[in-house]
Write a protein that binds this ligand. Structure first.
Ligand SMILES: O=C[C@H](O)COP(=O)(O)O
Length: 258
């Protein structure tokens, strides 16, 4: 039995303005019971413009919901128009920052070097990166999902020391399963999540590998979460669409009851 605490994170993507964010987090807090937070970490990842509102609500009402950003600049300050830095996110008490989401890779050309710099920027500011990796459909069809994903892990973690790496969250998100309703089978998820943990053991030793939480992401819903979470190397879910529906996200948090 793993000692890792499962982490259920809702990536809202570019949805919900700051007023809707307040209402959404309040509703989530009302929906979840005390026991739902026992043994499961609940996190929301709103757009940048919502973070101050979410922080005020979470900190003011002492909610047990964690929060973080969907991206982070590689720079800590300077003439980088439109960027949001690690120190700014840290000042907002962000615990997490998503790095290398496939939508950033696809639409903003983020490569391994950028992901590596963002992982380092996050750790430099005491923010835990949620590093997203995973293959597209062509790679999956060719059967190359494991080497493809491990190359992404290697690139993003170059020069990251073990004492930082052990705090990492890695999200395995097969691109073909994101927002498509096409969820990977539990065995598909385990194959790659297990391989990621194996690579972490090679890079950092088994002790570190055993501490890193590895999420699955891609069309996770209340109906499929339990089977995915039953896999030994899956420690949570990075949830897109279903995290915008409070009842559905609460079901995912309560994966043991589904
Ligand atoms: O970050 C979340 C993933 O991209 C999954 O999105 P999805 O649950 O809408 O498929």
């Amino acid at each position: 039995m793993s000692s890792r605490t499962p982490i259920m994170a809702g990536n809202w993507k570019m949805n919900l303005n700051h007023l809707e964010a307040i209402s959404h987090v309040q509703k989530l807090a009302f929906t979840l019971d005390e026991k739902d937070y026992e043994g499961t970490e609940v996190v929301v990842l709103p757009p940048f413009t919502d973070l101050r509102s979410v922080q005020s609500l979470v900190n003011g009402d002492k909610l047990k919901i964690g929060f973080g950003a969907q991206d982070i600049s590689v720079h800590d300050s300077g003439a980088y128009t439109g960027e949001v830095s690690g120190p700014m996110l840290a000042k907002l008490n962000c615990s997490y920052a998503v790095v290398g989401h496939s939508e950033r890779r696809q639409y903003h050309g983020e490569d391994e070097a950028v992901c590596n710099a963002k992982v380092k920027a996050a750790f430099r500011n005491d923010i835990v990166p949620i590093l997203c990796v995973g293959e597209g459909l062509d790679v999956r069809k060719a059967g190359n999902q494991v080497p493809h994903t491990l190359a992404q892990v290697d690139g993003a973690l170059e020069g990251v020391p073990a004492e930082q790496a052990e705090r990492l969250v890695i999200a395995y998100e097969p691109v073909w399963a994101i927002g498509t309703g096409e969820v990977a089978t539990p065995e598909d998820a385990q194959e790659v999540c297990g391989a990621i943990r194996g690579r972490l053991a090679e890079l950092y030793g088994q002790d570190v590998a055993d501490k890193v939480r590895i999420q699955y992401g891609g069309s996770v819903k209340g109906d499929n979460v339990n089977a995915i979470m039953s896999q030994p190397d899956v420690d949570g879910a990075l949830v897109g669409g279903a995290s915008l529906n409070t009842e559905e996200f609460a079901r995912i948090v309560r994966f043991r009851d589904q």
